[in-house]
Design a protein around this ligand. Structure first.
Ligand SMILES: [Zn+2]
Length: 285
């Protein structure tokens, strides 16, 4: 069951903030670890697990810590959105004062993004300025420079909320990976058999990936590709990389709208991906 399908990310954030487990009311069987989205399994007493037949063994699939992290990510996503809206209003006003023209906020952002994209490619300041001038139908380079001063004030530094979204999404995914590894390593028929505490003491993504492969004989990358569509694994790698650079080297500029959006999508989709992984690798036979 997926009752967040078709909603925008902002709407998803609002829905999850109202109800922590909205959109993925999955339950798992305590007896065999099977994850089901069948509500009757949870709600009607005596409904057996469709995998092992155990009765009255369901529990919520995601731990409370994961639910809370997701809710926090949604809170910061909504705040980031509101902040951008505030910036847009200020940007429109500032540009009106500097060049004496009225623009739609969305158009300003689009023109700036295109110009920046161009600049990122060949670092040509004149081309950048020309793009601003053309995009905003300005008469002179001087006006384009004035408009750019406004852009620098309102869009050069990404909102702090993005850092929170990205770091918390990395933590959320780590919590889920730890949980999955603990269930697999506790199955009894896999080697090495490890306690949850031992699994949690395996630090770092690279080591966790190695442990996953040792336990399942398949790489995490391949397993995720088989359980999900799109770029879940590569997006995960990318946000982790940027999170690490931000935390260890202090580079907030590496975390912009795209990274925040990718992180939010990962936070939104991770219950579905991890439910699939659990049903494939963690079922007690
Ligand atoms: Zn079961």
């Amino acid at each position: 069951m997926n009752d967040i399908e078709g909603l925008s990310n902002l709407e998803v954030a609002e829905v999850i903030m109202r109800n922590l487990d909205e959109g993925f009311r999955f339950y798992m069987c305590k007896n065999c670890n099977y994850v089901s989205s069948d509500l009757s399994f949870m709600k009607s007493a005596g409904t057996p697990c469709s995998n092992c037949g155990a009765i009255d063994a369901p529990q919520k699939f995601l731990p409370l810590s994961a639910l809370l992290l997701r809710e926090m990510i949604c809170y910061f996503y909504k705040r980031a959105y509101e902040r951008l809206e505030e910036w847009k209003v200020k940007l429109v006003e500032d540009i009106r004062q500097r060049v004496g023209r009225d623009y739609d906020g969305e158009i300003l952002i689009k023109v700036r993004r295109k110009a920046r994209g161009l600049y990122a490619k060949d670092r040509d300041w004149q081309k950048y300025l020309k793009k601003i001038k053309e995009g905003l139908l300005l008469d002179s380079d001087d006006e384009a420079k004035k408009a750019n001063e406004a852009f620098l004030l309102y869009s050069a530094i990404p909102p702090e909320e993005y850092m929170a979204i990205v770091t918390m999404t990395c933590t959320l995914l780590e919590v889920l990976l730890n949980d999955l590894l603990a269930l697999i390593a506790g199955r009894g028929d896999v080697q090495p058999r490890m306690s949850r505490e031992e699994v949690e003491n395996v630090w770092g993504f690279r080591r966790k990936k190695e442990l996953f492969k040792k336990l399942t004989k398949i790489s995490l990358n391949k397993a995720i590709a088989e359980c999900s569509e799109g770029s879940f694994y590569s997006d995960w790698g990318e946000i982790m990389n940027r999170r690490n650079k931000f935390i260890h080297k202090g580079s907030p500029l590496l975390i912009g709208l795209d990274t925040a959006e990718k992180s939010f999508n990962l936070a939104k989709n991770c219950p579905f991906v991890f439910a699939e992984l659990q049903n494939r690798f963690a079922i007690v036979k």
